[in-house]
Design a protein around this ligand. Structure first.
Ligand SMILES: [Zn+2]
Length: 324
């Protein structure tokens, strides 16, 4: 094969540089917001205000999801006199690169991963405090990060051993049911216990379109448990992993709106506007997750925007042109 001649090579290098520059701009500059999105968000109906005496439960797959999706909503609720509760399904102990970086080990072992789980559980409680949710209103369930789909399917009754921590039962400090084997049935029993305890008027859960398996699995579980109680109408849905690098641009852009997540664009979204003070506190809560921000701070801070989004329905209206 002949090597490319001089002018051809220059052209190719120029085109490659241009493509890389376009990709960088797409990820880092408000290109997508200018092209689309902002106007649709501005036209969304406002989320009804929270009221005193209401009880809200946030179901969070991992430590940090509650802050990314809903830190502004949590503040608005507590400021209105609504009692807010947060339940974390996992301690976030499945992210090996995170353990390697924050604990400065090349190949994290099971003990490193469990340590990461306990650190993240502590960060979650600290973030809740920043958002005005007292420790007594928080529940760490401590099921395996990355394992919820297994629990929902093949390991509903058969205990699951998490590959990262080598744990097959709840070990996280301060967990709701210490020592309980990792099965789907036990996870559902713990969530049911929280529901019985809290008796929520509203439950904020991931939408089924969220592409992280722990997130959409929790969506299915929440739908099933709330339907069994004939309370499906109390569910409200949010998205954190919304597809196509959403939210763009990455990093902190607190004056931009949070646009619709591409994977769940058809949901009947409602918009909650944040005050600058609520955005400041949201950023503070994000920064509480030191183990996470070291690895993906630009993704996390991109959620600190002028608004948050919540859908009253898990699916688009029937007859909508594009189902997820
Ligand atoms: Zn998550």
């Amino acid at each position: 094969m002949r090597l490319l001649q001089g002018p051809k090579r220059t052209w190719l290098a120029g085109l490659t540089a241009l493509a890389l520059l376009a990709l960088w701009a797409w990820i880092n500059l408000p290109v997508s917001e200018v092209l689309r999105g902002s106007t649709r968000v501005a036209a969304l109906p406002a989320l009804p205000a929270f009221t005193a005496g209401q009880r809200v439960l946030l179901l969070s797959p991992h430590p940090d999801d509650e802050t990314l999706c809903c830190a502004g909503l949590i503040q608005q609720a507590t400021q209105a006199g609504t009692a807010v509760y947060i339940a974390w399904m996992t301690a976030g102990d499945g992210f090996e690169f995170d353990a390697a970086l924050t604990q400065k080990v090349l190949l994290p072992r099971a003990q490193n991963m469990r340590r990461l789980g306990n650190t993240r559980a502590a960060e979650a409680r600290a973030a809740a405090t920043v958002l005005g949710v007292p420790a007594a209103h928080t529940f760490m369930l401590g099921y395996p990060d990355g394992g919820l789909f297994r629990l929902f399917t093949t390991n509903y009754d058969q205990p699951y051993t998490a590959p990262h921590t080598r744990a097959n039962r709840v070990y996280a400090q301060g967990a709701l049911s210490p020592g309980r084997p990792f099965t789907g049935r036990n996870l559902e029993a713990d969530i049911s216990r929280v529901l019985d305890d809290v008796r929520p008027d509203l439950v904020l859960a991931p939408a089924p379109q969220d592409f992280h398996p722990d997130h959409h699995t929790l969506s299915y579980i929440a739908l099933r448990l709330m339907s069994q109680r004939a309370q499906q109408g109390r569910l409200r849905y949010w998205v954190v992993h919304g597809g196509l690098e959403w939210p763009l641009p990455k990093a902190l852009h607190e004056s931009l709106p949070l646009t619709l997540p591409p994977l769940a664009r058809q949901l009947p979204w409602l918009r909650a506007d944040l005050t600058p003070e609520q955005e400041r506190v949201k950023l503070q809560a994000v920064n509480t997750y030191r183990t996470q921000t070291e690895v993906m701070g630009r993704f996390m801070r991109a959620f600190v925007r002028r608004n948050e989004l919540l859908s009253p329905d898990p699916l688009p209206p029937t007859g909508s042109p594009r189902q997820p």
